[in-house]
Design a binder for this molecule. Structure first.
Ligand SMILES: NC(=O)c1ccc[n+]([C@@H]2O[C@H](COP(=O)([O-])OP(=O)(O)OC[C@H]3O[C@@H](n4cnc5c(N)ncnc54)[C@H](O)[C@@H]3O)[C@@H](O)[C@H]2O)c1
Length: 314
């Protein structure tokens, strides 16, 4: 399967700029568009600022700015684009109108991928003539360094385009997560949102400051999160029996008023699903083996992290 060479980035704010940088670093020809021509200068400035990091990350020698062109005419920007990143503001009206135009002006085989953080694809592609090739590719800031991307289908998205999108994102050093079906907020932002809402409750009730709450994540769970997410982490919290023991011990705590978020009922079906899920994530490794890997990782991570922490906290 060929990997697309010509891409268009529509909207060059924080996220659009990130896509431009990542694509240039991977030798793509990029046509950028924004309703505001002044954004061209910001874009060039940001490319130059980030290049030393990008160069190190992707082991690139040369920045080829000839591969970038900037437009304020949408039609021109979409000419020849095989992959289109839609990066306009997070607003149903703006995105629906814009995606309608993109559907009309883009070539028939192109993939349209919205960077939306949580809007439903079926809604934003509802006026688009080609919802079958429209999807969400939700990245994380800074897009030029973080590999995560959630690919979310709309009700009319064709599987072929999802597969092609996955291949394309992999070709620009990303690690796609294929979301089964659309849901508001997708996956990561729902989790982030839960932390955020809970944090706001805690701060509102004056139990902690934002700094203390941030420290609670930065110095504890946050260090583990880049290696293991909540489920695998809790699998290890259950000792040798893993998630099974963890649920037996901490399952009842779901009924305590710890959070303002309503937890789902821990049914047998749900328990089985997460026990099976974490077991599969463990890939045959014992809890002790996984803990060894985690600890080795955490030590190495902290040596590196301390260097950067001084720059952030002083
Ligand atoms: N900022 C983040 O951390 C983040 C992370 C992941 C996803 N996203 C998503 O990425 C998208 C863009 O967010 P952002 O943070 O880059 O916003 P931003 O405000 O920085 O940039 C939006 C850009 O879109 C341009 N624009 C406005 N109307 C337009 C139109 N009709 N056509 C084309 N361009 C238009 C603006 O001039 C601006 O340059 C949103 O959907 C957002 O939810 C943001």
């Amino acid at each position: 399967m060929s990997i697309f060479k010509n891409v268009a980035v529509i909207g060059t704010g924080v996220i659009g700029t990130g896509w431009v940088i990542r694509c240039l670093a991977h030798g793509k020809k990029v046509r950028a568009y924004d309703i505001n021509f002044k954004h061209k200068n910001n874009l060039i400035k940001e490319i130059k600022r980030t290049w030393p990091f990008v160069k190190k990350m992707f082991k690139k020698n040369k920045l080829n700015l000839h591969n970038l062109s900037f437009y304020t005419n949408l039609h021109d920007a979409l000419t020849n684009a095989e992959f289109i990143f839609e990066c306009a503001p997070e607003n149903y009206t703006i995105k629906t109108k814009l995606l309608k135009k993109i559907g009309l002006y883009s070539k028939p085989s192109s993939i349209i991928s919205s960077s939306s953080s949580g809007l439903l694809p079926s809604k934003i592609y509802s006026k688009c003539k080609h919802p079958e090739r429209g999807l969400i590719g939700h990245p994380f800031n800074p897009v030029y360094l973080l590999p995560g991307i959630e690919i979310v289908p709309g009700k009319k998205t064709k599987k072929l385009f999802l597969t092609k999108a996955k291949k394309f994102y992999e070709s620009i050093s990303m690690s796609p997560i294929m979301v089964k079906k659309e849901l508001p907020g997708y996956l990561a932002d729902r989790l982030q949102e839960a932390l955020w809402r809970e944090g706001l409750h805690i701060i509102n009730e004056n139990y902690a400051t934002t700094k203390e709450l941030d420290r609670a994540i930065e110095d504890g769970p946050g260090l583990r999160y880049s290696l293991m997410g909540t489920f695998l982490t809790f699998h290890l919290a259950g000792g040798n029996q893993g998630m099974k023991h963890m649920l037996r011990q901490f399952g009842p705590a779901l009924k305590l008023p710890w959070t303002k978020l309503k937890a789902p009922k821990l049914t047998k079906k749900l328990s089985d699903r997460i026990i099976k899920g974490t077991k599969s994530q463990a890939r045959g490794k014992s809890v002790t083996k996984l803990a060894d890997i985690r600890d080795d990782y955490l030590i190495n991570l902290q040596i590196l992290r301390n260097k950067y922490l001084k720059k952030v906290r002083n």
